[in-house]
Design a protein around this ligand. Structure first.
Ligand SMILES: [Zn+2]
Ligand SMILES: [Zn+2]
Length: 555
């Protein structure tokens, strides 16, 4: 048994940023036990996936293997690592392990979701460990943009893997301890078989600046602001929220939290001790009663989310909070790719109100929570893995991380894709199989298969609209009433000013008239003939073909 196989497979998070889910298996091929690391979401962009709120990893394979899964471990509380759990856990019902802040944040998220099931989480102390079947997992503290980010040292009889999770090196983080270099070095001394590591910033040279630098800039910008200040950042960035709170206190200003997601995080941070020493905040309703030079509003909406606080403030539609000429808004965040347009809309709205907008283009008001190239080299130096697998990145980031690792002397570097099953030991590491993998969509209250035609149909509808035709005929094939057409999402008139509805109606009548009586007996054939006629007639004027539904009723 001591010489069973150790395998790794990413089911999300490779070749993309988001939707992280990895599994490790130990044992021989027919009797493997598995752990899952993380279960995150990606955010859908409106144009490609109309109406889809979130993208989740397809866990078909895990459902099949459910009885062999000994646990699911969360590295930290970001949505791209735990955001799919509320929807997917009921299909797995495996024990979840997390450190206290992550567990509390997860529970707060779950409680805010109407109808979400109870989901128990086993709490692992910070710096602690958990034994799950043949896996002994040490949680090693790493700095990141949320408290309690953990690298996982996954020990098995076939060797140890370091799964870095999201990390950076920050000698002076605003919350939590710095990345535990001593523990990582000790692990390297023991011998590390493989490192599965964060590639997000593998194309950026040097080192990422410290959170403390950002805190200084924020303090200065809040101190010198002539009137009201609003700061927006990621709701879960407790270090940044702390920095703003301290800056506000230093400037003699009250803090008002605006936005439910941020309220939730503030509550969790107070419960778990990450807000110790931080003053009480004021409610959003008290904003209007505070003098402009005595307030800092902490707002959700750094990604331009249209329903979040800042977008509503920029539209001058927030019930409690307004901004006007001479006020200052600080974007203490970076756009997640895909959100640039939405953020631009918010910034433009604010500028139209006369508000001064400060972003990381001109001031150090944000730093990434991920390691740049020198930091990646440090990690490799500490851990000295025999194998390195780049993770958490788009294809370019993975390739750059791989190249850096080769140059740093890692003997075996393996770039894989979602679904690849990699044997790490025994023998040379290689991809030995492909597991079912893919995506699911959160569509309103339902989770649907990405392969289903729903979203493709919705995209077609949004491109060319729909024509709906109703026609009633007798069983002898005579019209029983005037046919009706309804157009949704089509131009109302053609270039010559003729009504598109008229054009569709005439096409229906002409096609029906032209159809020989015997062929009118089959309602399906009638429907298909009319459908083609309508699409053809519209396309002649429009150069686009709408979806067309024909209902033939025999009376
Ligand atoms: Zn993260
Ligand atoms: Zn992440």
């Amino acid at each position: 048994m001591a010489h069973g196989e150790l395998v790794f497979a990413p089911l999300g998070g490779i070749g993309e940023i988001g939707m992280n889910l990895s599994i490790y298996g130990f044992g021989d091929a027919r009797r493997r036990q598995w752990i899952i690391v993380d279960c995150g979401v990606s955010f859908a962009s409106e144009e490609h996936l109309p109406g889809v709120d979130l993208i989740l990893p397809d866990i078909r394979y895990l459902i099949e293997e459910r009885k062999n899964i000994v646990g699911l471990v969360l590295t930290h509380g970001h949505e791209d690592h735990m955001g799919a759990l509320i929807d997917l856990w009921p299909r797995l019902k495996v024990p979840i392990y997390a450190t206290p802040f992550t567990a509390a944040l997860f529970e707060a998220r779950r409680a805010s979701e109407p109808g979400a099931p109870e989901i128990p989480v086993q709490i692992v102390p910070v710096g602690g460990s958990a034994t799950l079947g043949p896996f002994v997992i040490d949680f090693i503290n790493v700095a990141h943009s949320i408290p309690e980010s953990n690298a996982l040292a996954v020990r098995t009889p076939a060797g140890t893997v370091l799964h870095t999770g999201d990390w950076k090196i920050d000698p002076t983080p605003v919350v939590g301890a710095p990345t535990d270099a001593a523990k990582l070095t000790a692990l390297g001394d023991e011998g590390v078989l493989a490192l599965v590591g964060d590639s997000t910033n593998a194309i950026r040279e040097g080192r990422s600046p410290s959170e403390s630098e950002v805190a200084k800039t924020l303090a200065e910008l809040i101190r010198t602001a002539p009137r009201r200040v609003a700061v927006t950042t990621f709701a879960s960035h407790v270090g940044r929220l702390r920095a703003v709170a301290q800056a506000a206190r230093g400037a003699g200003r009250e803090v008002v939290v605006v936005g439910r997601a941020m309220d939730r995080v503030v509550q969790v941070a107070r419960e778990t001790g990450y807000f110790d020493g931080i003053q009480d905040f004021r409610s959003a309703e008290s904003y209007g009663h505070l003098p402009p030079e005595k307030v800092v509003a902490l707002c959700t909406g750094s990604q331009g989310e249209p329903r979040a606080a800042l977008a509503r403030i920029a539209e001058d539609e927030h019930p409690d909070v307004t901004l006007s000429r001479g006020d200052r808004v600080i974007f203490s965040a970076r756009p997640i790719p895909g959100n640039e347009k939405a953020i631009g809309r918010v910034i433009n709205g604010l500028i139209e109100l006369g508000v001064e907008v400060i972003t990381d283009r001109t001031h150090l008001v944000h730093v990434s929570g991920h390691p740049r190239r020198d930091e990646l080299r440090d990690m490799i130096g500490w851990v000295r893995p025999r194998i390195l697998i780049p993770a958490h990145g788009e294809t370019l980031h993975l390739a750059e991380h791989a190249e850096l690792a080769r140059r740093a002397g890692v003997p075996k570097v393996l770039v894989c894709r979602n679904g690849d099953l990699v044997r790490l030991a025994p023998g040379e590491a290689e991809i030995i199989d492909e597991l079912p993998s893919g995506r699911l969509y959160k569509d309103g209250a339902l989770v649907i298969d990405a392969e289903a035609r729903t979203i493709a149909a919705r995209r077609r509808l949004s491109f060319s609209g729909i024509v709906s035709v109703a026609l009633a005929m007798t069983d002898k094939g005579a019209l029983a009433a005037n046919p009706e057409v309804e157009l949704i999402g089509l131009p109302e008139v053609d270039a010559g000013g003729a009504s598109m509805a008229e054009i569709a109606l005439r096409a229906v009548e002409d096609a029906f008239e032209a159809l020989p009586k015997p062929r009118r007996r089959d309602p399906d054939e009638v429907a298909e003939t009319l459908r083609r006629a309508v699409r053809g007639a519209i396309a002649e004027r429009w150069n686009k073909k709408p979806i067309c539904h024909v209902h033939v009723l025999v009376v």
